[in-house]
Design a protein around this ligand. Structure first.
Ligand code: PGA
Length: 254
């Protein structure tokens, strides 16, 4: 069975003391994960190592960076490379979050380079895609997401796509309290899997974990995650609260 993942995206939140308190609170709940389940903590760069240390006793708990640069090293003040993250033994990198696309002008081409940088350095990208409200209202969301996938991922070999992680995050549902219904999520996830199948075949398409993101909370996670093509969630706001995020982890399919 493909991986079921509850991934926290803290974004640019929390001081170091608050970060430690939150991680310790979640760890103290002692939630045991099965072989195919993972809890992932997408923390700001300065907290990567401490987060890794705090969760180290918990099986299948991992840390994610929220971004990386396309280049390996050099005169790029303020940037962090995939090679650096790899040297910290970080497992995941969130790539192409809609906030990066919107505020930092990251386009599909740039993101394809970031995905390459991650894979070259043995980091697993959590590749984000998803449409704006305008696109959803025009009814062209399927084509829009398909183009995002094609332009950023379809240069990859099948071996690189196997076990890949994609997060579908409709922009209109991020931080708005407005969740896609479980059926809307399932519909897009099935479309994404179908797009992958056309390019890479059924076996590989079935191995890809597709997370849903956008106002996932403790009280809606179970219903959304229960859908056959939804393999967990990428969680912003609710991941900043230990009780909420713990419930979300417990909502993963086993
Ligand atoms: P949200 O954010 O859960 O606060 O809507 C999700 C995300 O942006 O990853």
């Amino acid at each position: 069975m493909r991986k079921q993942i509850a991934a926290a995206n803290w974004k640019m939140n929390l001081t170091v003391e608050q970060a430690i308190t939150l991680l310790d609170e979640i760890v103290s709940k002692n939630i045991k994960l099965s072989e195919n389940q993972e809890a992932v903590f997408g923390v700001p760069f300065p907290y990567l190592l401490l987060a890794k240390d705090r969760i180290s006793d918990n099986k299948n708990y991992f840390v994610a960076a929220q971004n990386c640069y396309t280049k390996e090293s050099g005169a790029f003040t303020g940037e962090v490379s995939a090679a650096m993250l790899s040297s910290l033994d970080i497992k995941y990198v969130i790539v192409g979050h809609s906030e990066r696309r919107e505020y930092f002008s990251e386009d599909n081409q740039t993101l394809s380079l970031k995905v390459d940088a991650c894979l070259k350095n043995n980091l697993k990208p959590i590749f984000c895609c998803g449409e704006s409200l305008e696109i959803r209202e025009a009814g062209t969301q399927n084509d829009y997401v398909e183009t995002q996938l094609k332009e950023s991922l379809f240069h990859l070999d099948p071996s690189a796509i196997k076990d890949f992680v994609i997060a579908y995050e409709p922009i209109w549902a991020i931080g708005t309290g407005k969740t896609a219904t479980a059926d809307q999520a399932q519909e897009m996830h099935a479309h994404i899997r179908n797009v992958l199948e056309k390019k890479y075949g059924n076996e590989i398409a079935q191995s890809v974990s597709i997370l849903y993101g956008g106002s996932v909370k403790a009280n809606n996670a179970k219903e959304i995650f229960s859908k056959p093509d939804v393999d967990g969630g990428l969680v912003g706001g609710a991941s900043l609260n230990a009780t909420e995020f713990a419930e979300i982890i417990k909502s993963l399919k086993s």
